[in-house]
Design a binder for this molecule. Structure first.
Ligand code: GLY
Length: 389
């Protein structure tokens, strides 16, 4: 018998507390986008490539702010959220049409929770077309021989050529969706090949994950794993594991491949076995209590969403166990990491790590942590929530 540690009423209270912060950000971050992470727990407008604070729509994280607005609108039906989200969606369409900073794999992060969300919630045709264009652009990064999507850099950059990263599993729903919308299977075929290659090579036999993995683009052979944001090449970067815990169930939704559920279950069991006493992960699963290392609350928020999604497709007992543990983690995020009692912060979820090796956004709030915190709360308030992914 499982206890419910966190009810939909608790989730709604936390969501409402977060909306107070969102409301305060509506004016300063209407046309301007916040930076990837806070500075001393406060978001400022995003810096452009010259280091100026312009709030430009560049990088991979601007969509999370728009996604939060769609969640806020969907739950409250308050037009003030929709109005600002719509301004930003138009900006995303322009970004795609002008091909502004779109030469990377993150187009799924950028277009699922902005344009596809708008299309699903409001039936906007121009948002649909913007997202199809994003899928088309993402296809340019697909290497036919190994069957993977290159994550970063120019396709002829020797350091990045044939390099896939585990985060990319979250970019695949854009491609599956594009096939459903257009009737053209090529997007979904590429997505399935990519997911299958990552499942085979990027997931290790002990159910941990490499952050990045190189494939030979001429022979198609798998080469080697390497970290970028984790502690070591052979450690398990917590957020990478969380991306995969959510990403494989998302591939399952569109492909119905049972093996994706099996993989996600193994990854989840490993993640849960390495959660510390307050249930919120350290930035690399190599670390535990007493290590003195920082937590990555964003990894745990993503993991909660992944577990709640995965539980929908598992036998009752396993599903109940995952739901219970997801709620325990979420309760800890609300009680110990949210900004509910932090008037000085304009963020939602404190204590994440963007890149410890890169000394970037360490122990700060981040846009994706805020978004997945809100999505997790939405999932508890409305278990039949229709995914934007
Ligand atoms: N997708 C990049 C990151 O999780 O830091």
């Amino acid at each position: 018998m499982y206890q419910i540690p966190f009810t939909s009423k608790n989730a709604e209270d936390a969501f409402k507390a977060a909306l107070v912060k969102v409301d305060a950000n509506l004016v300063p971050f209407r046309e301007k986008f916040p930076d990837d992470t806070t500075y001393k727990n406060v978001y400022y407008p995003r810096k452009d490539r010259n280091g100026e604070m312009t709030g430009a729509n560049i990088g991979w994280t601007t969509s999370f702010w728009t996604g939060i607005l769609w969640l806020a609108y969907e739950w409250t039906k308050d037009e003030k959220y929709r109005e600002v989200a719509q301004v930003q969606v138009d900006n995303f369409i322009t970004r795609m049409e002008t091909a502004s900073d779109v030469d990377h794999h993150d187009l799924g992060f950028l277009y699922s929770i902005t344009c596809i969300a708008d299309y699903k919630l409001n039936g906007s045709q121009k948002s649909r077309d913007g997202a199809i264009l994003a899928a088309e652009t993402l296809m340019k990064r697909f290497w036919e021989k190994p069957g993977i999507i290159q994550a970063w850099g120019r396709m002829d950059d020797p350091k990045q050529r044939g390099r896939a990263i585990i985060d990319s599993l979250m970019n695949l729903p854009l491609l599956y969706w594009a096939s459903l919308e257009t009737g053209n299977p090529r997007y979904a075929v590429a997505a399935l090949r990519h997911a299958t290659q990552l499942q085979r090579y990027q997931v290790r036999p002990d159910a941990t994950t490499y952050h990045t993995f190189y494939f030979n683009t001429e022979t198609g052979e798998a080469d080697h794993g390497e970290t970028a944001q984790g502690f070591a090449d052979d450690s398990c970067w917590a957020r990478g594991q969380a991306w995969a815990m959510y990403g494989f169930p998302l591939s399952y939704i569109y492909t119905r491949r049972e093996s994706f559920l099996k993989t996600a279950t193994a990854l989840t069991d490993y993640f849960l076995a390495h959660t510390p006493s307050d249930r919120v992960a350290y930035w690399d699963l190599a670390f535990g209590d007493g290590s003195g290392e920082e937590k990555d609350s964003s990894a745990s928020a993503i993991a909660v969403c992944g577990m709640l999604e995965l539980a929908k497709y598992l036998p009752a007992q396993k599903a109940a166990s995952y739901r219970q543990q997801a709620l325990e983690i979420l309760k800890s995020l609300v009680d110990n990491y949210s900004t509910r009692d932090h008037p000085e912060s304009n963020a939602l979820l404190l204590h994440s790590v963007y890149s410890k090796p890169g000394k970037h956004g360490v122990d700060e709030a981040c846009l994706w942590g805020d978004y997945f915190y809100m999505e997790a709360l939405m999932r508890v308030m409305n278990p039949s929530w229709r995914l934007y992914w």
